[in-house]
Design a binder for this molecule. Structure first.
Ligand code: GLN
Length: 551
């Protein structure tokens, strides 16, 4: 058993059965939020069975957004849900993958740390998994560990085995198994089917795990007799079969799980007493605002991954938080940037009904000219514009091309260029010291990643938005605006109003004459919360709302 400080921490292991995309991440985040509302300190972790060391090298088309933590880890998008629901900043140690586990085990083997042993999945890989699960725990009351994938997948077997062993080692009073399943509704029979749930629980039992609580996703209310049937066949108490209905808004989920008794069953399981009622006022308030919001504005998102909107998960949420701050509903218009690469006069067809335009983060040349066209349209037509990371870099290129007439302006990300207004970042300072990169560096984990400080210029618009001198935001980029090449931008109306503390790296740009035109090198969407909307998104949505009133 890996060493663990003497602690009263309790582990809740969350597995999924029947199908993928059950919303296990949201379920885990919501459970974390309700336990927090009862006054407990929580930490959420994701154990991902794939072989990548982290999702940083995976295509957003395959894996959706790559969520970045303050301490610079590239992680699964579920960590974004965890942070948005609990406000607890996720850390590098909160996302564990098979790739990370195997690379740890193999590097130990190469060093001879196993003293001649034959290295096997059990015990060496499972020990390494357990070590990660119990590491870096401080004074949390609960650690919720979500196991990615679906029970029965070959890849997740070592994780399931590791949590089975942990139950044995830590005991029933420190571990709880929560299994999320689906009850399909058969329209023609007018019935909810319990068989897939029974099978998935059987599968878990075959691996030595008896779930303690079942969270059953369903489109319709689950009748009591169905709950009793599931309880009977799955060997659990009927009150531990919890209904998880589809909901209108994700922020309703903590309230509805609480109503269904999820947190009281967890407390009962751990013999914590159920007298203390959770304070869910934060969630009630958010839902009240959502319900009372009147009117709708339309925001266009011009990107390359618009056919896979999970690639923009945090962005979508942050825009919604801006809507909450302004008590307005938001409709998103997804525009594939390549479709904007034809005749520019057609652009009004795409944008005539939108109140704000966002060009989010992205990579590579494909579709970049369409994004530049969108930025030009926003700039010339006084439509509120927010450029994030790649969107900010392209705003610099657009301004150089169309205002300063520098037709060669480009980014070295697109190949050799005479005028690399955006170039490869080769040196920067981080907490680790001076970081150095070149074009031969590995792709995994080598971008400028995580939280960095940024100074805001006195009297700037952005300072009036943040109401602070120094901010800290999360980054994920390999290229950066070449500040030395932009000296005459300010004479033409574009100023850099946020800089890295050493004044080398431009972090924020704005065009003061435009109603709202801001570009940021970082990703503000990663830090927005429904109960604490990010000021950039609140301000951007407010400007878009004002723009809609002019139409
Ligand atoms: N492709 C750009 C870079 O690597 C921007 C990255 C991003 O938008 N996250 O710098």
């Amino acid at each position: 058993m890996p060493s663990m400080k003497k602690t009263s921490v309790k582990f809740i292991f969350i597995t999924g059965g029947v199908v993928s995309s059950l919303g296990k991440g949201l379920a885990s985040a919501s459970l974390g939020a309700i336990l927090q509302a009862r006054g407990y300190k929580v930490k959420l972790r994701k154990l991902d069975p794939y072989l990548n060391v982290d999702p940083g090298t995976m295509s957003p088309y395959q894996h959706g957004e790559c969520y970045v933590t303050d301490d610079g880890a590239e992680t699964d998008l579920d960590l974004g849900h965890y942070e948005r629901f609990t406000g607890v900043p996720a850390k590098k140690s909160d996302n564990i993958t098979t790739g990370k586990i195997y690379s740890t085990v193999i590097s130990k083997e190469r060093k001879g740390d196993y003293l001649g042993a034959t290295i096997q999945v059990i015990p060496h890989v499972t020990d390494a998994i357990k070590e990660y699960i119990v590491s870096d725990i401080n004074n949390e009351d609960f650690v919720l560990c979500e196991i990615g994938g679906t029970v029965g997948d070959i890849e997740s077997l070592p994780f399931i085995e590791a949590i089975r062993q942990l139950r044995n080692e830590l005991g029933y009073d420190k571990t709880c198994f929560l299994h999320v399943t689906l009850l399909p509704y058969i329209n023609t029979a007018g019935e909810l089917k319990t068989k897939p749930t029974q099978h998935s629980v059987k599968e878990l039992q075959g691996m030595g795990i008896q779930p303690d609580i079942l969270l059953c996703r369903s489109e319709v209310a689950i009748p009591e007799e169905q709950k009793s049937k599931i309880a009977l066949f799955c060997n659990i108490k009927s009150e531990c079969v919890i209904e998880a209905l589809d909901s209108k808004s994700i922020y309703e989920v903590p309230i509805s799980y609480n109503k269904q008794g999820l947190d009281s069953q967890i407390c009962k399981y751990f013999k914590l007493g159920n007298q203390k009622k959770p304070d869910l006022s934060r969630w009630v308030k958010i839902n009240n605002i959502e319900e009372a919001s009147e009117g709708t504005i339309k925001i266009a998102i011009v990107g390359k991954y618009t056919s896979m909107i999970d690639a923009y998960k945090s962005l979508i949420e942050a825009i919604n938080h801006g809507g909450l701050a302004n008590k307005i509903r938001i409709k998103l218009k997804w525009i594939d940037s390549e479709s904007l690469e034809g005749n520019k006069s057609d652009l009004s067809v795409f944008f005539k009904d939108v109140n704000g335009i966002i060009v989010p983060g992205g990579f590579g040349k494909r579709g970049s000219n369409g994004k530049i066209n969108a930025i030009e349209y926003a700039r010339n037509n006084h439509i509120p514009f927010l450029g994030i990371c790649f969107g900010m870099q392209l705003a610099v290129i657009e301004f150089a091309k169309n205002v300063l007439n520098l037709k060669d302006a480009s980014s070295s990300e697109f190949g050799n260029t005479k005028l690399p207004l955006v170039g490869l970042l080769t040196e920067w300072h981080s907490e680790k010291g001076l970081e150095k990169r070149n074009s031969d560096s590995n792709l995994g984990g080598t971008m400028r990643l995580g939280a960095y400080d940024c100074k805001l210029l006195d009297g700037s618009f952005i300072k009036s938005i943040y109401k602070k001198d120094l901010i800290s935001e999360r980054h994920r980029h390999r290229y950066e605006v070449n500040y030395e090449l932009t000296s005459n931008f300010s004479n033409h109306g574009l100023i850099f109003t946020g800089m890295s503390p050493d004044n080398h790296l431009p972090e924020i740009l704005e065009i003061p004459k435009h109603p709202w035109f801001i570009g940021v090198q970082f990703h503000p969407e990663l830090k927005s919360k429904p109960f604490d909307p990010h000021p950039i998104f609140s301000s951007f949505v407010n400007a878009s709302l004002n723009q809609s009133r002019l139409l």
